[in-house]
Design a protein around this ligand. Structure first.
Ligand code: HEC
Ligand code: HEC
Ligand code: HEC
Ligand code: HEC
Ligand code: HEC
Length: 452
C-alpha cells in the first residue's frame, strides 16, 4: 500500500464562528450539534475539509442545481399536470423533500442551498434500504452519522457509528448507491446501473467489487482535522464519471480532470484488417465499468467510435467525425457505430422525456460476467466491420471512442419547448477516451494484422 501519511494534526482547524459559539453554548454534551446543524454540509467543513471539498465539486452536490434537471422537471410537471410529483426531486434533492421545503422541485430556486443535491446527511443517516430502485432509502433522522469506521474517535460534535450499508468492503453497500442509481417508471426500467451490476462478475465474484470499490478511491489519510486522529483509509467523495457542471461551480476544473482520468481506460479497443471481407474490424471491450458502458442515464448519453483510414494520405474510410456542436442523429454517416439507449413513446417515435417513454432499445457495452478464461462468456467484447469497398488495405488507420453526457437532441428538445436557456448548448462536453486510441499500420499490426 502506498503510504502517503500526513502527520495527524495536533490541533483543531480554526473553527467557524458559528461552530465556536455552538461549542461553547453546548459544552459538556456528547454530540452537541443539533439535527438542523447536521443537515448543512458547511457544518462538516471545518473537521472534514477534504470530504467537503470533494463532495462540493461532485454531481451529488450539483444534482438540485443542474439547469438541465430543472428544465426537465419543469417540463415534466407541466406535461403531466403535476402527476410527476416528487418523483425527480426525491433523488436530486432528497433532504429538501424530507424537510418539506419542496414537494415537486419547482421551487428549488428558493430552497436553501444546504438542502439541495445529495447531501452529507442524506447518505450518512441511512439506516435501511427497502427496495432496489427509485430511492427506497430510509433515514434514522437522528444525530448519528454512519459510515465504514467501526472505532470512530469520540468527537463531541456528533455521534458516529459503523454501518455495513456504507462500508465498501461489505456487499450490502452496493444497495445504498444502487437503489438510487436505478429508475423504474410505470412503463420501463429506465436506468439500470444497479441491475446491471448485479448481473456482472463484480457482484457474483467473492469478495465482490461494490460501487464504492471503484467509485470511492481510498487513500491513507486522516479522515478529520481533529486532535488525536490517526490515519485510516479515507474515501474520495468526488464521484467523477461523465456529467459536468453547466454553471459556475466549485472545483469544476479539478472535477473535469478526474473525469478524463476516469474515462481514459474504461474501454479497450482492438483494430484488425480483415482480408476476407476487405474491412477494418474494430473490437470494443468494457474493461473498467462494473455495469454497462455507458450506464445510468443511457437514454441521454452518447458514445461513438471515430475511425479514419488512409491510403497515401487520401481518406478511404471515415466515420464518427462529429463536431462539438453537431448532433449525432443529424450527421450523414451510415457507418456510425454508437452506443446508447433509445427511448420510444406510445406512438413509437423517438422520445427524450422519461415520463413519455414506453419502450427502450439498448445498445451498450456489457461488463464482464466471469473471470474464468475458459468460460465462453469470458469474451464480452463487441465487434463491428467497416467495409473498405473498392479501396485496398489502408496504410494507416486511427480509431478513438468518444462520449457525451447528454445528447444535443435532448438539449434542443428542451430549448424548443422553452424550458432551457440556449446558452447551455455549447457547454455540453465531448470527451475522447484517450486510452481507447489506436493507430494501425501494416508494420505495427504485423502477422495477425491487428493492433494491439
Ligand atoms: C468537531 C469536528 C467534527 C465536525 C464538525 C464533524 N465531524 Fe464527523 N467526525 C469527526 C471525527 C473526529 C470523527 C472520527 C474520525 C476518526 O475516528 O478517525 C468523525 C467521524 C465521522 C464519520 C465516520 C462515522 C463512522 O463511524 O464511520 C462520518 C460519516 C462523519 N464524521 C460525518 C460528518 C458530517 C456529515 C459532518 C457534518 C454534518 C461532520 N461529520 C461534522 C469530527 C467532526
Ligand atoms: C439520493 C440518491 C443517490 C444516492 C444514495 C447515490 N447517488 Fe450517485 N447520483 C445521484 C444523482 C441524482 C446524481 C446525478 C446528478 C446530476 O448529474 O445532476 C448522481 C451522480 C453520481 C455519479 C456521477 C455520474 C455521472 O454521470 O457523472 C456517480 C459516479 C455516482 N453518483 C455514484 C454513486 C455512488 C458510488 C453512490 C454510493 C456511495 C451513490 N452515487 C449514491 C443520486 C444518488
Ligand atoms: C453519496 C453518498 C455520500 C455523500 C453525499 C457523502 N458521503 Fe461521506 N461517505 C459515504 C460512504 C459510502 C462512506 C464510507 C466508505 C467506506 O467506508 O467504504 C463515506 C465516508 C465518509 C467519512 C468517513 C471517512 C472515510 O473517508 O471513509 C466521512 C468523515 C465522510 N464520509 C464525510 C462526508 C461529508 C462531510 C460529506 C458532505 C460534505 C459526505 N461525506 C457526503 C457516502 C457519502
Ligand atoms: C469495476 C469497477 C466499477 C464498479 C464495481 C462500478 N462502477 Fe460505475 N463506473 C465504472 C467505470 C470505469 C465507469 C465509466 C467511467 C466514467 O463514466 O467516467 C463507471 C460509470 C458509472 C456511472 C456514470 C454512467 C456512465 O454512463 O458511464 C455511474 C452513475 C456509476 N458508474 C455508478 C455505479 C454504481 C451505482 C455502481 C454499483 C451498483 C457502480 N457504478 C459499480 C466502474 C465501476
Ligand atoms: C431513483 C433516483 C432518480 C430519479 C427518480 C430521477 N433521477 Fe435524474 N439522475 C439520477 C442519477 C443517479 C443520475 C446520474 C445518472 C448517471 O450518471 O448515470 C441522474 C441524472 C440526471 C440528469 C443529468 C444528466 C444526464 O446525463 O441526463 C438529469 C437532467 C436528470 N437526472 C433529470 C431527472 C428528471 C427530470 C427526473 C424526473 C422525471 C429524474 N431525473 C428522476 C437519479 C434519479
Amino acid at each position: 500500500m502506498s503510504a502517503t501519511y500526513r502527520p495527524a494534526p495536533r490541533r483543531w482547524r480554526v473553527p467557524s464562528i458559528a461552530l465556536l459559539v455552538l461549542m461553547v453554548a453546548s459544552c459538556g454534551s456528547d454530540n452537541r450539534l443539533s439535527r438542523d446543524e447536521l443537515l448543512d454540509p458547511e457544518t462538516c467543513k471545518d473537521c472534514h475539509p477534504k470530504h467537503f471539498e470533494e463532495w462540493q465539486s461532485s454531481m451529488h452536490a450539483y444534482a438540485g442545481d443542474d439547469p438541465i434537471f430543472l428544465a426537465m422537471n419543469r417540463r415534466g410537471q407541466r406535461e403531466t399536470n403535476g402527476e410527476l410529483g416528487d418523483f425527480c426531486v426525491k433523488c436530486h434533492a432528497p433532504m429538501a423533500l424530507v424537510e418539506g421545503a419542496t414537494t415537486d422541485g419547482l421551487n428549488l430556486d428558493e430552497v436553501p442551498q444546504h438542502l439541495k443535491g445529495v447531501t452529507c446527511y442524506f447518505c450518512h443517516n441511512v439506516t435501511a434500504v427497502e427496495d432496489t430502485h427509485n430511492n427506497p432509502l430510509v433515514l434514522a433522522n437522528d444525530r448519528t452519522l454512519r459510515a465504514g469506521i467501526d472505532d470512530p474517535l469520540n468527537n463531541g460534535a456528533h455521534a458516529a457509528r459503523y454501518s455495513k450499508l456504507h462500508d465498501r468492503d461489505s456487499p450490502e453497500s452496493a444497495a445504498l448507491c444502487g437503489s438510487c442509481h436505478d429508475i423504474k417508471t410505470d412503463a420501463v426500467h429506465l436506468e439500470r446501473t444497479f441491475a446491471e451490476w448485479q448481473d456482472s462478475v463484480f457482484q457474483t465474484f467473492t469478495p465482490n467489487q461494490t460501487c464504492g470499490n471503484c467509485h470511492m478511491n481510498g487513500s491513507d489519510d486522516v479522515v478529520a482535522d481533529f486532535d488525536g486522529v490517526v490515519p485510516r483509509r479515507r474515501h474520495s467523495h468526488s464521484f467523477p464519471a461523465v456529467d459536468t457542471a453547466m454553471i459556475d461551480w466549485p472545483g469544476k476544473d479539478s472535477q473535469l480532470q478526474l473525469i478524463e482520468r476516469e474515462l481514459r481506460d474504461s474501454v479497450q479497443t482492438r483494430v484488425c484488417y480483415n482480408p476476407q471481407t476487405n474491412a477494418m474490424d474494430v473490437t470494443l471491450t468494457n474493461i473498467g465499468a462494473g455495469h454497462m458502458f455507458p450506464s445510468g442515464a443511457a437514454q441521454d448519453r452518447r458514445v461513438w467510435v471515430e475511425i479514419t483510414a488512409k491510403n497515401a494520405d487520401a481518406i478511404t474510410l471515415q466515420s464518427g467525425v462529429i463536431a462539438d456542436d453537431e448532433r449525432i442523429d443529424q450527421v450523414d454517416d451510415p457507418l456510425l457505430w454508437k452506443m446508447h439507449d433509445t427511448g420510444y413513446n406510445a406512438d413509437d417515435e423517438i422520445e427524450h422525456m422519461f415520463w413519455n417513454i414506453t419502450r427502450i432499445e439498448s445498445e451498450l457495452l456489457p461488463p464482464s460476467v466471469t473471470f474464468q478464461p475458459e468460460d465462453p462468456r469470458f469474451d464480452h467484447s463487441v465487434s463491428r466491420g467497416y467495409p473498405l469497398g473498392a479501396n485496398p488495405r489502408p496504410d494507416e488507420v486511427d480509431v478513438v471512442v468518444h462520449m457525451r453526457a447528454i445528447d444535443l437532441a435532448v438539449i434542443d428538445d428542451l430549448i424548443e419547448s422553452g424550458d432551457l436557456d440556449p446558452i447551455y448548448r455549447e457547454r455540453i462536453k465531448t470527451f475522447a477516451l484517450e486510452g481507447s486510441r489506436q493507430h494501425w499500420t501494416p508494420a505495427l499490426a504485423g502477422q495477425n494484422l491487428c493492433v494491439p
